[in-house]
Design a protein around this ligand. Structure first.
Ligand SMILES: Nc1ncnc2c1ncn2[C@@H]1O[C@H](COP(=O)(O)OP(=O)(O)OP(=O)(O)O)[C@@H](O)[C@H]1O
Ligand SMILES: [Mg+2]
Length: 227
């Protein structure tokens, strides 16, 4: 019998039903993100939230799809090295990925990125779980890898762990162009939002806005708010 795993695939509504209300909302979020940064090109985005299970992976995956649909060459990176889910969601293998790339000084990101059936969308899975995720993300090698990614892709989206629990999202928020904070209906506490905001500010993150991930009705819904 398979052991029950915490890591599970999330819904790719933007792929399954482009006409769904939620898919339309992801496209609205895409436009708002583009408008939020008209003067400065946005090449790398971190997606995080205060605590677990608030919709970070769902949001990053669906946003990656709508940006790719919009014609941008997108790399979606599973930078949640502690609890990766993107490989499961996109049904791709995960023997190698970000952790391997960070340890392989000779390699460039294309070596481990996997092209998907979705035009313009490549995914870099997490790779094997490292003992020291924060150190890896805080390394000079990560900065080098990020530069390569920015050169090769139009947009890089990082799915991250919760910012209040571990420091990983703060680390990458400091190195990237923008950060999106996901807040989940009936799950995220006001205190959690404030703490997440404070931690991102300390990291000097460019907070693009908050994505409100609601689960009121059967169809999932997301809304975007500015800063
Ligand atoms: N708006 C929504 N409506 C219904 N279900 C949702 C919604 N958003 C997320 N979920 C579900 O909630 C669970 C957690 O979502 P997801 O994995 O995206 O969160 P996460 O913040 O990445 O979690 P983790 O902290 O574990 O990385 C998943 O099973 C996902 O399908
Ligand atoms: Mg996740």
């Amino acid at each position: 019998m398979a052991k029950k795993k915490n890591n599970s695939a999330v819904s790719l509504i933007t792929l399954v039903d482009q006409k769904a209300k939620a898919a339309e909302q992801y496209r609205t979020i895409r436009s708002n993100i583009q408008f939020s940064s008209v003067d400065r090109e946005l090449k790398s985005i971190v997606v995080t939230s205060s605590g677990p299970s608030e919709g970070k992976s769902t949001t990053s995956a669906n946003l990656a799809i709508v940006f790719a649909n919009g014609g941008k060459k997108v790399l979606l990176v599973d930078a949640d090295l502690r609890k990766p889910t993107l490989a499961l969601t996109f049904k791709i293998p995960n023997p190698d990925g970000l952790s391997t790339l960070l340890g392989d000084r000779e390699a460039t990101c294309e070596k481990y990125a996997i092209e998907t059936a979705i035009p313009n969308l490549a995914i870099l899975p997490s790779g094997p779980k490292p003992p020291n995720p924060s150190e890896l993300l805080d390394s000079k090698r990560m900065t080098e890898v990020l530069k390569q990614m920015n050169d090769y892709y139009d947009l890089v989206i990082f799915d991250m762990p919760p910012v209040v629990t571990v420091t990983d999202a703060q680390i990458l928020a400091a190195k990237t162009d923008g950060t999106l904070l996901v807040v989940r209906e009936r799950k995220t506490s006001k205190q959690g939002i404030l703490k997440a905001h404070e931690l991102l500010k300390i990291a000097n993150a460019n907070i693009l806005g908050v994505i409100y991930n609601g689960a009121k009705s059967q169809s999932s819904s997301s809304y975007y708010y500015y800063g």
